[in-house]
Design a protein around this ligand. Structure first.
Ligand code: 6MZ
Length: 363
């Protein structure tokens, strides 16, 4: 049975890949646009956090979903709660942010837009402002230590926290956009998609947009969000996270697709995350296929490289092996991601120049 064998070979490749992607994918210069800080904490950093806080009795199995394992999306959100217990001081945030940035750089990521939800922790005296300042500090320290990566920050709104918190977060993001000379350049809307409604967050998102913050919104990550997606697409957002259930083949609609296409809104697509989180049944049925064959801008991303045990090289390799993409096609995909960044035009030009310098012979 040929297809059975193919499935087996594919499963084997996926297993092997948990260790390391092939040289081509590791050396490919890459842009990462959808990475949640606390979901990106590696095994090694987790080790340090766990040893700092032994009294919490947290084990690795509670913070990562390994190869072959799956969780419901709901269980994924439980995992973030555990990680948040481990990352609750300024010192923790500085460490994980620097580690995550350094790890992305080591994986060949040249430009990263990191996102995180400012969190207040009464026990440790952490404030939301201090939270953002600490991430900014990590970005500056990596830069001055010569880590080869350009990093920008997107302030995240957790949808579960409702209207007022969203508005507060937007104001904080506006302040930092001005005071960091553009290091903070946008707003993310994320969190458990089954909680809350985008309608309540619309005024905050509209305000962010008016003040010049770029909007990267999680849309239709689960099937029940058609009305919300339609509403939020009217803003329109500057990028879409996941967009798993937008198209008609999975219960979305042509009018949603038309809005996305008409406004040319890039999609941030995270294969392993969607399969392990069970919003997509298997790699070959990932909606990358639908949007890619439309010629619509798609950016391969990791989402939560720590929780889902992956890295961006592996995600590119997975896209290539699943959808039969050549090295040329993969190169184009990584290059086209530059145009989907929120970076100013001069930085985009610099990145394009770097891609030319790094292009392998014969491509
Ligand atoms: C929606 C997600 C997510 O912000 O504490 N987050 N939101 N869908 C997903 N798909 C799996 N993965 C992560 O990082 C963790 C937070 O990012 C969001 C959730 O709000 C989660 O609590 P930060 O750095």
């Amino acid at each position: 049975d040929h297809s059975g064998l193919q499935t087996l070979v594919h499963a084997f490749c996926v297993l092997v890949m948990e260790n390391e992607a092939d040289k081509f994918y590791r050396e490919l210069p890459k842009v990462e646009l959808h990475a949640h800080l606390n979901g990106s904490v590696s095994f090694q950093s987790m080790e340090k956090l766990i040893s700092r806080k032994p009294h919490l009795n947290i084990e690795h199995s509670m913070t990562a979903i390994r190869s072959g394992q799956r969780r419901t999306l709901d269980e994924c959100f439980q995992v973030f709660k555990v990680i948040h217990q481990l990352v609750d001081t300024e010192e923790d945030i500085l460490m994980v942010a620097k580690d995550v940035i350094t790890e992305f750089a080591a994986d060949g990521v040249k430009y990263l837009e990191l996102r995180s939800t400012p969190r207040e922790e009464k026990n440790t005296g952490l404030t939301k402002r201090r939270y953002v300042e600490t991430v900014i500090k990590a970005i500056h320290e990596c830069k001055s230590e010569g880590v080869d990566i350009d990093v920008r920050f997107l302030v995240a709104v957790d949808r579960r926290n409702g209207t007022e918190v969203a508005m507060e977060t937007v104001k904080l993001a506006e302040e930092f956009m001005l005071s960091t000379d553009g290091l903070v350049l946008g707003l993310d809307l994320s969190g458990d998609p089954t909680v809350g409604h985008g309608r309540d967050l619309l005024p905050a998102l509209q305000r962010a947009k008016n003040s010049g913050l770029k909007l990267a919104l999680h849309l239709s990550e689960v099937p029940s969000q058609l009305e919300e997606s339609d509403l939020l697409l009217n803003l329109p957002p500057d990028r879409i996270g996941h967009g798993t259930f937008l198209h008609p083949e999975v219960g979305g609609s042509q009018s949603l697709v038309d809005k996305v296409v008409k406004n040319n809104i890039p999609l941030e697509l995270c294969l392993t995350s969607n399969v392990k989180g069970q919003t997509v049944p298997c790699y070959s049925q990932h909606h990358f296929q639908y949007w890619y064959q439309l010629g619509h801008p798609c950016v391969i991303c990791t989402d939560d490289k720590g929780v889902f045990c992956t890295d961006l090289s592996q995600e590119y390799q997975l896209a290539a092996s699943t959808f039969g993409l050549s090295h040329e096609a993969i190169w184009k995909l990584s290059q086209q991601a530059i145009d989907c960044t929120f970076a100013p035009e001069n930085l985009k030009q610099e990145l394009k120049q770097r891609w030319i310098e790094l292009q392998p012979q014969g491509l």
